[in-house]
Design a protein around this ligand. Structure first.
Ligand SMILES: O=C(O)CCC(=O)C(=O)O
Ligand SMILES: [Fe+2]
Length: 320
């Protein structure tokens, strides 16, 4: 089996463009995940984000996590796998359509400034990548960005997580297995402490920690829009006994009122008539369903959306 796709963008604007596009295509078709190096976001900025995130965790989150797990579970007494707990400490930031960054009191000025700069870069990277996906899929440039647009543009947010060392990693996950609900996910993960794994052909495969890389994965909405040409892939985070793992996951998702459905040019007419695999729905309705079913298979979610979403009439997607 091929190894986890690591894609170096350094020579993308030169003669290696076609080869890199092929690697991205292969990763999207066969992995649902890839890891980018030389993606254009400065290492200095990434270092600032990492230092502040780790400092903030130690100052504001670590003690709270210890108290929370102490109040919830007597872990020493647990013998069987815990299925309703994730060994993670998290907080969320919203960027688009509105930022909530000024409302989070514990972020100091340095951290807030670094995150602000970082998410602008990530947004650009997400939109650049969506256009590369369009090119590989034979869709017009701008198709995916427009498909996500709705009336107010995409939803973009960040989940900042730390996975503290865990005394019973065989009984509890850092984060239980799931596919991501949204569009494109950009992950800046710890370069030393590992834990993220994806499911491929029935086997869990490590997403390797790498300094200054950004891991990309595809969510359920891209599976629907590509009519299954690309698939969202199950992933999980293993809890570790040594070290705290940082992960900063940014979700570039459709706007809440965006109508999601397979791109007509990717639907083969005959197959469509026989059985329509993917539904058409309003993104926020999918998110409401996902909230209760995150850790379950995606197929029943797609099935349920066929009923919920059947009254939706999509507007044409403008690509100009
Ligand atoms: O922490 C990670 O590496 C992955 C997080 C994740 O999969 C999620 O938040 O959806
Ligand atoms: Fe995820």
């Amino acid at each position: 089996m091929d190894s986890f796709p690591i894609i170096d963008m350094e020579k993308f604007n030169g003669e290696e463009r076609a080869a890199i596009m092929d690697k991205i295509k292969d990763a999207c078709e066969n992995w649902g995940f890839f890891e980018l190096v030389n993606h254009g976001i400065s290492h200095e900025l990434l270092d600032k984000v990492e230092k502040n995130t780790k400092g903030h965790y130690r100052k504001c989150m670590e003690q709270r996590f210890k108290e929370l797990v102490a109040s919830k579970t007597a872990l020493e007494e647990v013998q069987t796998e815990i299925s309703d707990l994730d060994w993670e400490s998290t907080f969320f930031l919203k960027h688009l359509p509105e930022s909530n960054m000024t409302e989070i009191p514990e972020l100091d000025d340095d951290y807030r400034a670094a995150m602000k700069e970082f998410v602008v870069e990530l947004e650009k990277l997400a939109e650049f990548l969506l256009d590369l996906l369009c090119e590989n899929l034979g869709l017009e440039k701008g198709y995916l960005k427009n498909a996500f647009y709705g009336s107010r543009g995409p939803t973009f947010g960040t989940k900042v997580s730390n996975y503290p060392p865990c005394p019973k990693p065989d009984l509890v996950k850092g984060l239980r297995a799931h596919t991501d609900a949204g569009g494109l996910i950009l992950l800046f993960q710890d370069d030393r402490v590992s834990g993220l794994q994806l499911l491929k052909d029935g086997e869990w495969i490590d997403v390797p920690p790498m300094r200054h890389s950004i891991v990309i994965n595809l969510g359920d909405q891209l599976e629907v829009i590509t009519n299954g040409k690309y698939k969202s892939v199950m992933h999980r985070v293993l809890a570790q006994t040594d070290g705290t793992r940082m992960s900063i996951a940014s979700f570039y998702n459709p706007g809440s009122d965006a109508v999601i459905y397979p791109a007509p040019t990717l639907v083969e007419q005959e197959a469509e008539e026989q059985s329509q695999v993917y539904p058409k729905f309003v993104f926020e309705d999918y998110m409401k369903l996902y909230a209760g079913l995150k850790f379950q298979a995606k197929e029943p979610r797609f099935e349920a959306m066929k009923t919920i979403g059947s009254t939706v009439t999509p507007p044409p997607i403008a690509t100009a």
